[in-house]
Structure formats: structure tokens, C-alpha cells
Ligand binder design. Structure first.
Ligand code: EPZ
Length: 425
């Protein structure tokens, strides 16, 4: 059933938000369970559409998945399963591609639909496939699917640098595959995102031998098999960054419980440039304005830089920041579809190539909007909260893919947000 959000703007948000587990740490962790014969017990798992989709995919292959307690999943893949990820599921969630590495390493064959493009740009997986081939996999593509086979993966040196920097899920795939490859693997220009580090911690708990050599280099000594692991998913740095922007946009004050501030340093430094007052507590972060907002130039780039997954939210903030701000996205240069929707609210934005120039306006005004992708949806909700009048956001399944109970969390801190079915008047 499709739903919409009805947002009444103008209220400062005030209160405490609990940050949920990271979507982008949970999905590769669930895929990694395929390589763990002893099973994986995950805690801190967020309640997200993408998690349900990954659960559906792994179950369709033959993995047993139970939920022993709230926020927990126990996943166990049998010694024989159906190593096939169909287009119906992969097209819904490109992170499905993370099953390639574990299927190859433990089951020695896989058939995964190519993910295709999406609203944030061209999403190739050539680096994934090149890395797996370097480890000894035979890769072929037919009927829109990748077929991969190997007798035994063999360790080697792999460089994962692409035209836009490292690949996050590509690093996850190669990392999992290399844990069971014979010999020593060195991954150069590996993604340094915290979610990848999370995965390495999980795999080492299951008996892998992974070490970080610094400067984006990861070393893996292959083992004969992995065992089992118990792992807690880290809090979601993108959700935390989203709510930090919400506090500034609405001129409110939010305490972000469990916010992983150590994983957001460049982003939080930018927020301080823009006029945020940040108060660090032992396991929380308080965000509020320290005066008028100030324009800035945000450059979205690979970790530890400002995350591309927070650039839409920054655009909503800059739309209400006096002066001219700029956003450049070096990771997904076409990721600006949210600009057109913000302009419907009265924002003054010009996109040229991989850069957006935003001149702040005194007040946005509510209007009907269409969500285009996961993070843009969140940005549009935040803009609606800052706008005068009412904003209706359609196609909010995008939001539910990556934010746990987003509207509930906003209502709990004073956000006037209602979830309605599209069919209701
Ligand atoms: C991950 O996607 C995240 N998703 C994305 O978050 C995030 O935006 C992205 O990393 C960048 O940080 C998950 O972790 C599930 P990439 P991923 O491979 O791994 C190019 C969200 O909203 N590239 O790091 O698919 C690619 O075109 C999502 O939570 C190649 O050229 O992204 C892009 O320009 C959206 N060849 C750049 O690298 C490849 O084989 C980074 O892509 C792979 C990628």
C-alpha cells in the first residue's frame, strides 16, 4: 500500500532521538552470513525495508533466518543452497550484489542479476567483478545476470580505485571472498567507510585474518573455513547526520543518542562552519544553532570526507541559509534530483555538472513533492519541516528503505508529520 507524508512546517524540533543501527553496515553483514557455516547472530539490526528485502533474498537461497529478540537476527546458510539472486530482488536493492563474494568463497558459484542504474546515477559493478576475477573467479554476463564460478580462489593484490574513488560494496565483496582464498590478498584503495571496518570486525570474529595496513590498504590471510560470529551493528552515521541537519533547519535542539560522532568528523566540522553548536556527551551529541546560519561549500567525497549520502540533506539546509552555498558531489556527480523538488518549495538552486549553487531564501513554502531516492526523501521531509504551510511527500517507500520509523521519531520531538495512505482523502 503506497503512502504519503503530510508535513506542517514551522515548528522547531526539540528532544532526544535514538539513532538506529546502520543500514549500510547491516546489509553486507547479512550477506556475509552466507560464508559462516556456524551462523551469525546480529544485534542492533534496524527495522528497514532494505533489511526485509535482504532477508527475503537470503531466505530464497535457503538461508534460515530467525529473530530471537527485538533488533536481533540469527542467520545460518546450509552447506548446499540456491546461489541465485534474481532481478526482482536485486533491482529493488543494489546491495544484493554483496552476496557475490560470500557465495563464491564458500559455494564456489553464484548467479546474481546486474543491479542496473538508479536515481542517483550510473551504478556499475565492474570493480567488483574485476576484483573477483583477479582472485581466480570465472565471470560471465548473460541475460542481465553475472555468473561467477571458481574451483579455488587464490590470494593476490587488487586495486579497487575507480573513477570516483574506492567502491564500498565492492570492497565488501572482495573482503569476504578473500577471507577463504588460498594465500595472501592485499586490497589497495579499499573503501575506508566505517561500515567496511564493521564487516572486517565481524569476519575476524568468525575466524578470518584481516588487518588494516592504513592508507586504504587491507591485508587478508586466507583460512580454510570460517565458523560463527556474534556481532552488533554500529549506529547509523547517515541517520545521525540527517537529524543533525533537522535540528539546524528547524532552529531546534536535538540530542542524538548513540550518534557515532567519530565517524562523522568532516561532516560535523562543516556543520560548525555553517553555524552549529555541538555538545559531545559520552554516548550522545547535542545539536543546535549558535547563531545565524552561514553559507559554505560542501564537497561530498569518499570517507573520511563528507558523505554523499548527506549531500541532499545539506542542500535542504543551504536552501534556508542566507548567502550563496555550493555542493559538489565527487562520488555521484548526477545525484541532484532532489534540487528540482526543493525548487518546488521555493528554493533558489542551480545545478551545473557535479555542482549545485544554492542561494538561501528567507522562507520555503509547502507544496506537494515526489520522493526520488532514499536520502533525497529525508531531505525533502526536513525541508517541509522548515517550510511554511503544508508539504505532502509522495512515494515514501524510498524513505522506509533506509530510515527506521522516521516519521515517528520526528513526531516524538515535535515534528508535525502524519503518515497517510495514498488512497485516503
Ligand atoms: C554504497 O553504495 C552505499 N550503499 C551508498 O549508500 C553510498 O552512497 C555509496 O556507497 C558511496 O558512499 C551501501 O553501502 C549499501 P560505491 P555502493 O560502489 O557501494 C563507482 C544509501 O543511500 N563504482 O562506493 O554501491 C560508482 O559509480 C546508499 O544508503 C564504479 O565505477 O557505492 C560511484 O561513482 C546510496 N565501479 C563510486 O564508484 C564499481 O564497480 C562509489 O560507488 C563500483 C562503483
Amino acid at each position: 500500500m503506497s503512502e504519503r507524508l503530510e508535513i506542517h512546517g514551522g515548528q522547531p524540533l526539540d528532544g532526544t532521538v535514538t539513532i538506529s543501527g546502520s543500514k549500510n553496515a547491516t546489509l553486507p553483514a547479512m550477506a556475509a552470513a552466507l560464508a559462516l557455516p556456524g551462523g551469525l547472530l546480529l544485534s542492533g539490526v534496524p527495522d528497514l525495508l532494505d533489511v526485509h528485502t535482504m532477508r527475503q533474498l537470503l531466505t530464497s537461497m535457503g538461508t534460515t533466518i530467525t529473530a530471537p529478540h527485538n533488533g536481533q537476527l540469527f542467520l545460518q546458510a546450509p552447506d548446499t543452497l540456491n546461489p541465485n539472486a534474481p532481478w526482482e530482488l536485486v533491482s529493488r536493492m543494489r546491495a544484493s550484489v554483496c552476496v557475490l563474494g560470500p557465495l563464491l568463497s564458500r559455494f564456489r558459484h553464484a548467479r546474481v542479476a546486474l543491479p542496473g542504474g538508479c536515481n542517483i546515477g550510473h551504478r556499475p559493478i565492474d570493480l567488483h567483478l574485476r576484483g573477483l576475477a583477479a582472485l581466480g573467479a570465472d565471470i560471465s554476463i548473460s541475460e542481465g545476470c553475472v555468473s561467477a564460478r571458481c574451483s579455488q580462489l587464490i590470494g593476490t593484490t587488487i586495486d579497487l580505485a575507480g573513477p570516483a574513488g574506492p567502491t564500498v560494496t565492492g570492497t565488501c565483496n572482495i573482503l569476504i571472498a578473500a577471507t577463504l582464498a588460498k594465500g595472501h590478498t592485499v586490497i589497495r584503495n579499499a573503501a575506508r567507510e566505517p561500515e567496511v571496518q564493521d564487516l572486517a570486525t565481524l569476519l575476524n570474529a568468525a575466524g578470518a585474518r584481516i588487518s588494516y595496513a592504513g592508507h586504504g590498504t587491507i591485508e587478508i590471510h586466507g583460512v580454510d573455513s570460517l565458523g560463527s560470529a556474534t556481532h552488533t551493528v554500529s549506529p547509523d552515521r547517515i541517520e545521525a547526520g540527517t537529524f543533525a541537519v533537522a535540528a539546524l533547519l528547524t532552529n531546534g535542539r536535538l540530542t542524538l543518542q548513540h550518534a557515532p560522532t567519530h565517524a562523522l568528523t568532516d561532516f560535523l566540522e562543516l556543520l560548525q562552519q555553517v553555524g552549529a553548536r555541538l555538545t559531545l556527551l559520552p554516548n550522545a551529541l547535542i545539536v543546535q544553532r549558535d547563531g545565524p546560519l552561514r553559507p559554505a561549500h560542501a564537497i561530498a567525497q569518499p570517507y573520511p570526507g563528507i558523505p554523499t549520502d548527506l549531500q541532499a540533506q545539506l542542500m535542504a539546509l543551504f536552501a534556508c541559509t542566507p548567502g550563496e552555498s555550493r555542493i559538489t558531489d565527487l562520488v555521484f556527480p548526477e545525484r541532484f534530483r532532489h534540487a528540482a523538488e526543493l525548487i518546488r518549495l521555493g528554493a533558489d538552486i542551480h545545478v551545473v555538472g557535479n555542482q549545485a549553487r544554492i542561494r538561501g531564501v528567507s522562507r520555503l513554502s509547502g507544496a506537494p513533492l515526489t520522493a526520488t531516492d532514499l536520502r533525497a526523501s529525508a531531505a525533502l521531509v526536513l525541508a517541509g519541516l522548515a517550510a511554511s504551510g503544508t508539504t505532502i511527500l509522495h512515494r515514501i517507500h524510498h524513505l522506509d528503505r533506509g530510515y527506521q520509523h522516521f516519521d515517528e521519531k520526528l513526531r516524538a520531538v515535535g515534528g508535525q508529520v502524519r503518515r497517510l495512505s495514498e488512497s485516503s482523502g
